[in-house]
Write a protein that binds this ligand. Structure first.
Ligand SMILES: [Fe+2]
Length: 207
């Protein structure tokens, strides 16, 4: 086709009146397609780490993610269900710890994604894979609530320290840094704040 003809056609399209196309505005809902990445696989990214190293870190990080998500929910359960003379103080403390765990969750999940892996996301997958014992649906006394939280923290800390050492030995310094500076430090601090509530000291008259 001659250039002049092409230009004429283009010009005439521009000058055509606009038409109403309802199909263009209709949302295409209910779509399904094959996954673009299967859980458990690694998509190699140019991050200077081998696929084997990424896979090892992703596996350990996903376990920590499942347990941290469970601990986060345990904090919210106790935030809502706490009872007794220390209600207000613990209600606030549990929520503060919940927020810090929520920040860690995002960091762990995004570390997994940045290693080319896939993070757990949904509650059913978390429930299937966490190592933290399931609490009853009902309400428990404060010392029991705190004891459950401390057990969860200890499980996470043991795993996080092993994972940090493993990441360092594999040269995955970013994962090591997240585990040491984020997960381990935060959990250790929260353990201290909780455990001090289980020391049986007199409130008014010294023994
Ligand atoms: Fe609240």
């Amino acid at each position: 086709m001659k250039t002049r003809n092409k230009a004429r056609i283009a010009h005439s399209k521009l000058n055509r009146p606009f038409h109403y196309h309802p199909a263009l505005a209709r949302p295409r809902t209910g779509q399904r397609a094959a996954e673009i990445q299967t859980f458990g696989t690694i998509v190699k990214l140019p991050n200077g780490l081998s696929e084997t190293v990424c896979r090892a870190s992703v596996e350990r990080l996903n376990q920590l993610l499942a347990d941290t998500l469970t601990l986060r929910d345990l904090y919210k359960k106790h935030h809502w269900q706490v009872a007794g003379a220390t209600f207000y103080q613990l209600h606030l403390l549990f929520d503060k710890h919940h927020e810090a765990q929520t920040e860690l969750i995002d960091q762990i999940a995004e570390r997994i994604q940045s290693l080319g892996g896939l993070s757990y996301a949904m509650a059913a997958d978390i429930a299937e894979n966490t190592n933290i014992p399931r609490p009853p649906k009902g309400r428990e006394e404060v010392p029991v609530q705190i004891s459950r939280l401390l057990t969860a923290h200890e499980i996470i800390l043991q795993q996080a320290r092993a994972a940090a050492r493993n990441a360092a030995s594999l040269g995955d310094d970013g994962t090591n840094d997240l585990l040491v500076s984020g997960v381990i430090r935060t959990n250790e601090l929260q353990v201290w704040f909780l455990a001090e509530h289980l020391v049986d000291t007199p409130q008014v008259i010294a023994q």
